[in-house]
Structures are given as structure tokens and as C-alpha cells.
Write a protein that binds this ligand. Structure first.
Ligand SMILES: [Zn+2]
Length: 388
């Protein structure tokens, strides 16, 4: 089986470095599923002496289906964008705890190539349907650049086909960016904190099982699309880059590595030109860096800046990898902090007041329209104890 950088690869690395019982269980289940699927198609070939036309898996998406569509970049607001929370249960075993703390970058061993991880947030707030900037994805695919996308659970639900395409791509991996982009530093109710983390885990797992059922090939036509996607998310990114000690603990208890960045592209700031974004990123990175961008329609000039960044960093011999590959690089030392910040400690605290006002606006919205958000059924044996 062809390996991939990222989530699937990280399982293999866990196997080498001493996997937990649960990781071993997952690997066994995955391999059993793969073996079963391959045996099924092999049986079709043996019976006819030739590839069985009916049993031969098809490619999931044509190049046209994968290509950028400008209308998808638009952000829609208001009632029509309302989406209920997920209500299904997880079938996976409980996750292994992750280390507590926010990873900003890694220090690579001296013999390592100059690895760097580009990350793209797919944030979606309540009462909006955020965009999907396929132009960014087209550039990454055409230049064979690995990347990590941090998706909101609600975004995954409103962009299912794009989510499948990212999950099933050999270059990409997905991470959890909360359910609806609440600021977890100021979320007061433990149930809200829990739902922001679990909602995304669950919607992703449901998507994975649906991608698995499709039994179609990834664009490389070598493997099934679902084989390029981890069956659960193992990375997490805090909205606003803001966290509290309780939120860091909750994320770790859910088996998630909290991933921040050491270089912010500033691409969500209107008015920054592509050249300014590119200059900031190229001057800011060093080997082991994690760079923040947006692919939800709020990266205003990201698609224009990206080719400049890729060209210049490639010339400097950088290699682009997923965050999973970066943090699991043998010998890499993670820069893991007990606090979250953008450039300097304390700088994301400025969102506290704004976020509290935003949360009140959402509640008012519900009250005015008599919308009672459905109580999510997110408890299951696979999750850690309440209010960690
Ligand atoms: Zn975000």
C-alpha cells in the first residue's frame, strides 16, 4: 500500500516509535478493512480472468469536479446558513490522550531536510456558510504541495463534497477547528466547550464512513480515496488562536494535538497585497515552521500570494509537509507552550470582549427567531469523562 505523508503515515510512525493499544487496534481494523476490500475486487478479477468491469472501482472526481469554482468562495450570512449540531454517536474506541499544550513549530534535527507545514483554516461561524477557496487547492495540487486544513465541523457539514475531496487527496490532511468557531478562551459552560470539540470529531467520522462506502479511487488512481484519510481527526486548532488552561486540557483529553503557528500570513487582513503576504511569510519562516492561512473565503489574497511563496521557498530548498508529518519527524523537538498566542504572549486576549459580544449576538439571534438549538447527543464511551 502506498504510504502518504500525514495522518496515515503517522500511524506507521507510531508503530515504529511504540504505539498504544488503541493505535494498534486502529491499525489492525484499518488493515482488515483494506484487506477485505482488496479481496473483494481481486475475487472479481479471478472469476472472469480479467478485470471485472462492474467491480473495478471508479475515480471519485473528474478534474472538472475538483477544480476551483469562484461561487464557492462566497460567504453567505443569515437564517439560511443556520445548521443544527450533529446528533450521532461515535463508533470508535476512546482516543489516547495527547500531550497538553499548544505546538507552535518544531526544532528539526540537523540532518533533517528543511521541512515546513502550510496550514489553511476553514472557519465557519454560526449563521453563516463560509466559502471554499478552490483556487488555493488547485495551486497546491498542481505543484504537488502537501498541506493541512483545519476545518470547522459546521463547515464540513455545509461543504461535504469539498470535505470528501480534501480527505481523499494524497497531499492533504484535515484537523479539527471547533464546531462553530467559538473562542474557547471565553466559553464558560463546560458543555459548550465539549460540544465545540466533539461536534467536529463526529461529523468527520461520519464523513469518513461515507467516503469509505463510496469505494472510489483517489485522483492518483492508486488507492481508494478513504485510504488517504485518517478515520479520526488527531489535530486541533483554536479559533482566534486563543485558549485557556481548561480548553488545552479538554483538547488533549480528546486525543488531539493543539496546533498553532509561528508564522501568521495575515491573509485575513483586508488590504494586504499578495506581495506583502508573501514577503511576510518568506521572511518569517525557518525550518520546522507552521504557517497560518485561510481557505474559507477570508483569505483575501491568499491564492495570489501562494505561488510566490512556494516558488521562493522551493528555491531555498524547503520541503512542504503536513503538520502530522512535521510533528512526527524522528528527532524533531516540539515547541509546545502552556498558553496560546499569535505573535507574543497575551496578544489573542484582545478577542475576549469581541467574542463575548459575538456569543451574546448568537443567543439573541436564536431568541428572536425562536430557534432552539437541538441538544447534541455527543456522549459516548469513546469520549473521556465529562468536564475534564
Ligand atoms: Zn478560524
Amino acid at each position: 500500500m502506498t504510504s502518504r505523508e500525514g495522518t496515515v503515515d503517522s500511524s506507521s510512525k507510531a508503530e515504529v516509535s511504540g504505539a498504544s493499544q488503541e493505535e494498534i487496534h486502529r491499525m489492525i481494523v484499518r488493515r482488515q478493512i483494506r484487506a477485505g476490500v482488496l479481496a473483494f475486487f481481486a475475487a472479481g478479477m479471478i472469476a472472469t480472468g480479467a478485470p471485472n468491469a462492474e467491480a473495478s472501482p471508479k475515480v471519485c472526481w473528474s478534474p472538472t469536479a475538483l477544480a476551483h469554482k469562484p461561487s464557492l468562495k462566497e460567504i453567505k450570512k443569515g437564517d439560511e446558513a443556520y445548521r443544527p449540531k450533529p446528533r450521532w454517536m461515535s463508533v470508535l474506541p476512546p482516543p489516547t490522550r495527547a500531550p497538553v499544550g499548544a505546538i507552535r513549530r518544531v526544532e528539526l534535527p540537523v540532518e533533517s531536510p528543511k521541512l515546513i507545514a502550510l496550514t489553511f483554516d476553514l472557519c465557519e461561524q454560526p449563521y453563516e456558510i463560509a466559502g471554499y477557496d478552490g483556487a488555493i487547492v488547485d495551486i497546491l495540487r498542481s505543484r504537488d504541495i502537501s498541506a493541512t486544513f483545519f476545518a470547522g465541523g459546521k463547515w464540513l457539514q455545509t461543504h461535504e463534497e469539498q470535505a470528501f475531496q480534501l480527505m481523499g487527496d494524497p497531499l492533504f490532511e484535515l484537523g479539527n477547528h471547533t464546531w462553530e468557531h467559538r473562542n474557547l478562551r471565553v466559553v464558560e459552560k463546560p458543555s459548550e466547550l465539549r460540544d465545540e470539540i466533539r461536534g467536529t470529531q463526529l461529523v468527520y467520522e461520519r464523513l469518513w464512513s461515507r467516503l469509505y462506502k463510496r469505494q472510489c479511487l483517489a485522483r492518483d488512481e492508486k488507492n481508494f480515496a478513504h485510504e488517504y484519510a485518517s478515520d479520526r481527526l488527531s489535530l486541533f486548532r483554536f479559533p482566534f488562536g486563543a485558549c485557556s488552561p481548561g480548553a488545552l486540557e479538554a483538547v488533549a483529553a480528546h486525543g488531539l494535538h493543539a496546533i498553532q503557528w509561528d508564522v501568521s500570513s495575515g491573509d485575513s487582513t483586508p488590504g494586504l497585497t499578495a506581495e506583502q503576504i508573501a514577503k511576510g511569510v518568506v521572511n518569517g519562516v525557518r525550518p520546522g515552521s507552521i504557517v497560518l492561512f485561510h481557505a474559507n473565503g477570508r483569505g483575501w489574497k491568499t491564492a495570489a500570494a501562494l505561488p510566490i511563496i512556494i516558488d521562493q521557498l522551493t528555491r531555498q530548498k524547503y520541503k512542504f509537509v503536513t503538520v502530522s508529518t512535521l510533528i512526527h519527524t524522528p528527532g524533531a523537538k516540539r515547541d509546545i507552550r502552556p498558553i496560546c498566542f499569535d505573535n507574543q504572549p497575551g496578544d489573542t486576549n484582545r478577542y475576549d470582549l469581541f467574542s463575548r459580544q459575538l456569543h451574546r449576538t448568537y443567543e439573541d439571534f436564536n431568541n428572536r427567531r425562536n430557534i432552539i438549538p437541538p441538544k447534541p447527543e455527543l456522549r459516548s464511551s469513546r469520549f473521556p469523562a465529562e468536564n475534564p
